[in-house]
Design a protein around this ligand. Structure first.
Ligand SMILES: [Mg+2]
Length: 347
């Protein structure tokens, strides 16, 4: 083999180059032999003493080849300066210390991620709204269907009411009730004499006082007459839009609409102004309690004035209100429509 190597190096004979070339290639044809076997053999064939003179030009050529192959081995064993990390033709080789380090890193990252996930879950759980007592929904339902003999809103149900109103459910329930009334009234052709009339309540029927109640704990803790009177005097209660829409449509269809409210006569001017501000115009009547009637049950008071309207020629075809006391006592029309009120009960 050495002769074959020496030939082309020393003589430069192109015809003999194929012999040494094939010899070198045969030993390097396997990457494995380059890495572990051939290299060792080549190292063994080197002179142990670098100072020992090269015996012949053949040896010089051999060293040249060895150098070339050694570079190849170095390139194949690139460790990038890290003794624990090597890359060769067979893949990546790690020392046990490196493997332990990587495993430790993976475990550490996993532990951190798990801790983050658990922490986020706990934080999200705290951000969720607390569940509300089921009894609040039950209480509200039974108040709406008039099973209760009063409607004192419990302190524990204040959040239930707030969520019912703020979530849009209250307005949805309200709108559906009004649409039911509209559907019924559309089946009736009002007479051209203008005496077919529908009776509207005002508070929580035509005007919304939710802004006031939300600012006063939805009435829990006692009725504050002074703050209520201030609110009424402001005449800022907005219209409940479905009712304003129904009012406008009924007027356009030659219906008459009359208001009967439990508000006292002393608030007549403010109430009239508030209705106007909210968009109601052209009502047929606005009836408020006289001072002598302020102690009357709402049913008695409202029934009295419905009877009076009918005695004056009006034909009451329907009544709408948020209290059962708006819809009982006679002369309410063929059908009545109860609107939702999650806050108070008036009998
Ligand atoms: Mg009312």
């Amino acid at each position: 083999m050495s002769g074959a190597v020496d030939g082309p190096s020393g003589g430069g004979n192109p015809t003999s180059a194929s012999v040494p070339a094939s010899g070198v290639l045969s030993s390097s044809s396997s990457p494995r032999s380059l890495d572990h076997g051939t290299d060792d053999g080549l190292e063994a064939g080197r002179s142990p003493n670098p100072s020992t003179p090269t015996p012949s030009s053949g040896m010089s050529s051999r060293d040249s080849l060895l150098g070339s192959r050694r570079e190849t081995v170095i390139e194949s064993r690139n460790s990038f300066g890290n003794p624990h990390f090597q890359v060769d033709d067979l893949g990546i080789h790690l020392s046990s210390a490196a493997v332990n380090f990587l495993m430790g890193t993976v475990v550490t990252i996993g532990t951190v991620l798990f801790t983050l996930v658990v922490t986020l879950a706990v934080l999200l759980g705290k951000c969720q709204k607390p569940s509300l007592p089921a009894s609040c929904a039950s209480f509200s339902l039974n108040a709406e269907v008039n099973n209760l003999q009063g409607f004192p809103l419990s302190e524990k149900c204040v959040n239930f009411v707030a969520r019912y109103v703020d979530s849009g459910q209250y307005h949805s329930d309200f709108a559906v009730a009004v649409e039911a009334a509209r559907s019924y009234l559309n089946t009736i052709e009002p007479d051209q004499d203008g005496l077919d009339i529908v009776i509207f309540d005002i508070d929580e029927t035509s005007l919304s006082n939710m802004q006031y109640y939300a600012a006063h704990n939805y009435g829990v803790g006692g009725w504050d007459e002074a703050s209520w009177n201030t609110w009424v005097s402001s005449a800022k209660a907005p219209a409940l839009i479905p009712m304003l829409s129904l009012f406008t449509d009924l007027k356009a269809q030659n219906w008459s609409v009359g208001f009967i409210t439990g508000r006292p006569e002393s608030q007549g001017q403010n109430t009239s102004q508030n209705l106007y501000n909210a968009g109601y115009t052209g009502w047929a009547s606005l009836i408020l309690r006289q001072s002598i009637e302020e102690t009357w049950p709402a049913v008695q008071y409202k029934a009295k004035y419905r009877t009076m309207l009918e005695n004056n020629g009006y034909r009451i075809r329907s009544s709408l209100g948020d209290q059962w006391s708006d819809l009982q006592g006679g002369n309410t029309g063929e059908r009545t429509f109860k609107l939702p009120n999650p806050i108070y009960y008036i009998y």
